[in-house]
Design a protein around this ligand. Sequence first.
Ligand code: MN
Length: 314
Amino acid sequence: MRIGRAAGVTDTGRRRLRNEDAFICEPPLFAVADGMGGARAGEVAARLAAAALEDAGVETKGEQGVTAMIVEANRRIWERAVADPTTAGMGTTVTAALVDIDSGTVAIGHVGDSRAYLLRDGALRQLTTDHSLVAELVSSGVLTPEEAERHPQRSAITRALGTEPAVDVEVLTIVGKPGDLYLLCSDGLPTMLSDSAVASALEASDRDPTAASEALVAAANRQGGEDNITVVLFELAEGEPPVPEPAAAASETIADEPVPQEQERESEPGQEAEASPASLSRHGAGPGGRLAALAFIVAVLVIGALVLYWGFSK
Ligand code: MN
């Protein structure tokens, strides 16, 4: 089994002025964060959470790994909020999925009301339980799920990242199956679309993460787009995980960098002269006069550098 296609998209929606959601789509780590707080603090909190998760690395796997990441993200947001009064009280939700291909499992950690869903064998299942006021009222039988959807306090969450020095992370593990399609989303999606509407959008997009994420955002906007909408989708597929790229592929990437930088880094005149024709032919092969002009400028720079080097070495 391997991680197949993946895509993430975030959209401000139709009512909000700013987008305070953030996401990560960096296999094997996927996450959604929905920030809250005055001024631009919500944006800060969500971005801090995403950055902390990215920095955490994925050496520690499973529930322990995903919990450690979220705890670290909490620490960073809390410390920032304490140090910077303009962000006091900021917080964010987070829902993160960490895939461990070796054990074939998906560990999901969450705080707040961003959700994880799984589409398997044509059925969409909500994996997470919201840490929200209405979710608690539903589970204690005070509200029906339908009443919760229309409740004025439906966006009030009971747990957040960054609002306290410690955080209680809820974790769960799914044993993955090829064909699984995982969906992480901020509340801007499910408040606009029913689960069945989400499921049909996924199927209608042929379960292609890129097409489906865009279709879901468009559908939520058609329903009003009252909040920021963020969607991350990834699939598990048959087959072996890809082998890490060999060193040859890496040097190829460097060769594709803009030519002027390459030339400036060079110190040996012999190398410069050698690099130049290859660069020129690469750009010469491209369409339009802009590349030809760039190649000309590069050639002038190379000749200038050679003249300078010759002058200094005398
Ligand atoms: Mn939201």
